[in-house]
Design a protein around this ligand. Structure first.
Ligand code: C2E
Ligand code: MG
Ligand code: MG
Ligand code: MG
Length: 283
């Protein structure tokens, strides 16, 4: 009896695994086609300053899957990261984000920057500098209006340093994403030329509930500012988060309370609105 259960258990397990593998292969095949079938889309999430003015917007990738509906990056980017697919996706994102950001100048005399997430593999591939240069040229966007977001894992590699320095010389801003989730965040500040750090959502939440965490966040913000680095708080979900982070010295906020990721059209409409301020001290 036990043996039978064991055997059927294994059968069940292997069928399950087989199904997972099939699904994975299908998804990968579909993702290859998503690019040419125009199923990818960028949403834009506002980042505001102390006055509530939109100073920047983060481009976030979505996949309008024909059967599964709208998928978030967590549902397909890990898969793409395992192949060269991430390179074509990254290239698409870069060109699209810059083409969209250029239109914001029609909405405002002082248009916001655009923040683009870059995966480690894009840097490894060795042509990020060229890709960025091409995207800037074809869109006509000023380099100063582009921010590249990299996670700490990317910063771990010494080889990345030369590329990042070269990009900065073009006038582009470099941001460390999810700051604080790695083990030696502070050492990256020493080793890399960065313009912006984005304090991870988990820190933002903790700083509003734990006074020790609040002290740490305050110190990070103060130190960054002394080094001439801008600080963005990620995941500002409530008025309380906003108040606390501002009190801790953070002048740039991003999160559902400030504004959710929205379509390019919605974001344009936000910029066109006469008093388009959110999350400001006077809002
Ligand atoms: P991220 O770069 O840290 O982006 C912020 C994520 O937090 C986004 O999730 C955003 O929708 C979400 N978020 C913003 N405000 C709040 C909030 O107040 N509360 C909560 N709970 N979440 C908030 P999303 O769009 O699902 O993206 C997830 C991750 O996927 C991103 O994290 C980024 O690492 C990656 N990603 C997104 N687009 C791209 C892309 O074009 N290229 C690459 N390489 N990675 C991307
Ligand atoms: Mg990001
Ligand atoms: Mg982040
Ligand atoms: Mg994050």
């Amino acid at each position: 009896q036990a043996g039978q259960r064991g055997i059927s258990g294994i059968d069940f397990y292997s069928t399950d695994l087989n199904r997972l593998l099939q699904e994975r292969l299908a998804l990968e095949r579909e993702l290859r086609h998503a690019l040419v079938r125009d199923e990818l889309e960028l949403e834009f999430q506002p980042i505001v300053d102390a006055q509530g003015q939109v100073v920047s917007a983060e481009a976030l990738l979505r996949w309008n899957h024909p059967r599964r509906g709208r998928l978030g990056p967590d549902q397909f980017l890990p898969l793409a990261e395992q192949s060269e697919l991430i390179l074509s996706l990254g290239q698409w994102v870069l060109h699209k984000a810059l083409a969209v950001a250029v239109t914001w100048a029609e909405c405002r005399p002082d248009p916001p920057s655009v923040a683009v997430n870059v995966s480690a593999r894009q840097l490894d591939a060795g042509n990020l500098y060229g890709e960025v240069q091409r995207a800037l040229q074809s869109s006509g966007l000023l380099p100063a209006r582009l921010e590249l977001e990299l996670t700490e894992s990317v910063m771990q590699r010494a080889e990345s340093r030369a590329t990042l320095s070269a990009l900065r010389e073009l006038g582009i801003c470099i941001a460390i994403d999810d700051f604080g989730t790695g083990f030696s965040s502070l050492s990256y500040l020493k080793a890399f030329p960065v313009d912006i750090i984005k304090i991870d959502r988990s820190f933002v939440t903790d700083a509003t509930t734990d006074s020790r965490d609040a002290v740490i966040v305050r110190a990070i913000i103060a130190m960054a500012h002394i080094l001439g680095i801008d600080v963005v708080a990620e995941g500002v979900e409530s008025p309380r988060h906003q108040t606390v982070l501002r009190k801790l010295g953070c002048n740039r906020l991003q999160g559902y309370h400030v504004g959710r990721p929205e379509t390019a059209e919605q974001f344009q409409a936000r910029l066109r609105a006469p008093d388009a301020t959110t999350g400001g001290d006077h809002a």
